[in-house]
Write a protein that binds this ligand. Structure first.
Ligand code: HEC
Length: 485
């Protein structure tokens, strides 16, 4: 009797177990399908919304959300709140006007489910080799330095050595054999949002005076103890891996509570003056068009001691910041000197669309935010009066819509790259490639995408050894572009 009972129970248990496992096994493919965001109707139009509204800043493949240290929590409601309200001071727009609540929840679910599965559909996009066949050349990417976080700027010292800034505040001195040390005596930086230790350039007379220049996010507290920051330029003497004689030769006014749009690219012109960009710090209504008492959203020109060249365009304008060279800029993060004309060329981030290449001429207004080829992140025009052109405002030489997120800019000079001579190279943060623009005089006549998916490209430089070097982010790596037969 007892035995019969036990046998019956065992049979029922075994049967239940088989049913449950079978069911689980059956469910597995569906689970994969559910987590594969692109096809799932449970997310409504979230996949398309993500591509249109979010990918530009957070990565086409949700890159910014994978393995993330979440600042504001990663529950469904945390994401909902971030998307609906935004975090204005951090550069996260509000999408309240773009989506209804259901769409916001669908986006939140889409992200939460997508990041679990991201490996499945992103690893195959990563380049499988460091050799790339391009239209004109085969290029090998040689690793010069790795283990960085967000390498932002590079400068080339004599004898094959180099300096590399990392946005987190570290400053690397790289020897010819590619060993490195951390430079001592660097400024204290506000490493938050898009800020930190940013660009680096050498003095044109570095060989004799050993001076270098660093751009960085400089912090201070306002009267109520609130943290503010601004773009500053530090001049210092660099010798034997140490900085001495540090002096801030420029501090952009006013300081701002936001954590983005610092600009910060620097170049010495053929005139021996230092040109650099300051972004509008996420406040386009006040800063870019205001030249009185306002350095933000501008390209500046100063002497290497911080004083103002007498022929700067606004030295005689009452109340204007005398260092301003041009205005109406958003966030220029690429700058290069044209090898023949000596003109300053820049690229800058538009909002959603309307990234630009510009040739910078003294005293001119480049139009942001009154004219732009981009629109607001929410999908609406910047304002009812925004146009693409207006009298008295410069047209870009070229514009990218959709935005590529340009950072770093270099002309190809020398004879190492057959077929690329005179081309303009821009890094793309968003699409993780190098954009090669073929120029005819001042027109872009053709473009090629190089090294797709190598990582967010932050800087592109032509080095004195005749080779191009590029810096990619997270993981931070410096590559040298070596042509191979
Ligand atoms: C203009 C660039 C930009 C766009 C466009 C943008 N974001 Fe953000 N987002 C940011 C920034 C900057 C932050 C602040 C955190 C940081 O520094 O990464 C942020 C933060 C967030 C956070 C909070 C992250 C955390 O760590 O807590 C979420 C969630 C988020 N964004 C989702 C979205 C979604 C969804 C979209 C599209 C509807 C979107 N974002 C569009 C720039 C952007």
């Amino acid at each position: 009797m007892m035995l019969k009972y036990i046998i019956t129970i065992t049979i029922i248990a075994a049967f239940t177990f088989i049913l449950v496992s079978f069911n689980r096994w059956e469910k597995a493919p569906e689970l994969i399908h559910r987590n594969s965001p692109v096809q799932d109707s449970a997310f409504g139009n979230a996949a398309a919304h993500y591509q249109t509204y979010c990918g530009g800043c957070h990565g086409e493949k949700m890159n910014a959300f994978v393995d993330r240290k979440w600042k504001h929590g990663n529950s469904r409601n945390d994401l909902f709140k971030a998307i609906k309200m935004g975090y204005e001071n951090e550069g996260m727009p509000s999408f309240d006007s773009a989506f209804n609540e259901k769409e916001i929840y669908q986006l939140s679910d889409y992200i939460l489910s997508g990041i679990k599965n991201v490996d499945r559909y992103s690893s195959s996009d990563k380049p499988q080799s460091n050799i790339f066949k391009t239209e004109e050349l085969t290029i090998r990417l040689d690793t010069v330095l790795k283990g960085l976080d967000v390498p932002w700027g590079m400068a080339f010292l004599p004898a094959g050595e180099m300096l590399v800034t990392d946005r987190n505040g570290k400053f690397y001195y790289v020897k010819k054999d590619r060993s490195f040390t951390l430079v001592k005596g660097t400024p204290e930086v506000v490493a938050a949002g898009q800020g930190g230790l940013l660009d680096v350039v050498l003095d044109p007379d570095y060989a004799s005076n050993k001076n270098i220049y660093l751009s960085y996010s400089r912090g201070k507290k306002d009267d109520n103890g609130k943290e503010l920051a601004t773009t500053a330029i530090l001049k210092a003497r660099f010798e034997n891996g140490v900085l001495t004689n540090q002096k801030d030769i420029f501090i952009a006014q006013p300081y701002s509570p936001t954590k983005h749009h610092y600009g910060s690219r620097m170049q010495f012109g053929k005139d021996g003056y230092l040109y650099f960009s300051v972004g509008e710090r996420g406040n386009e209504k006040q800063n870019p068009q205001q030249i009185k008492g306002n350095d933000l959203g501008k390209i500046h020109r100063i002497k290497s001691d911080g004083s103002i060249p007498a022929d700067n365009p606004f030295v005689k304008t009452a109340g204007a910041q005398a260092s301003i060279y041009s205005y109406g800029h958003r966030n220029p993060q690429g700058m290069s000197i044209h090898p023949q004309t000596g003109k300053i060329w820049t690229n800058e981030h538009g909002p959603r669309g309307g990234d630009e290449i510009n040739i910078i001429n003294p005293g001119l207004n480049y139009g942001w935010p009154d004219i732009t080829y981009g629109i607001n992140y929410s999908g609406k025009p910047m304002s009812p009066n925004t146009k693409t052109e207006k009298p008295g405002m410069e047209q870009p030489l070229y514009q990218w819509t959709p935005s590529i997120g340009p950072s770093g800019l270099a002309f190809v000079t020398g004879n190492k790259y057959k077929g690329w001579e005179g081309n303009l190279m821009s890094g793309s943060l968003r699409f993780q490639y190098i954009n090669r623009s073929v120029l005819k005089d001042t027109k872009v006549v053709r473009e090629e995408i190089l090294f797709k998916n190598i990582g967010r490209v932050r800087d592109v430089r032509m080095a004195p050894d005749g080779y191009l070097y590029i810096a990619v982010e997270s993981p931070g790596i410096i590559y040298k572009l070596t042509p191979v037969d």
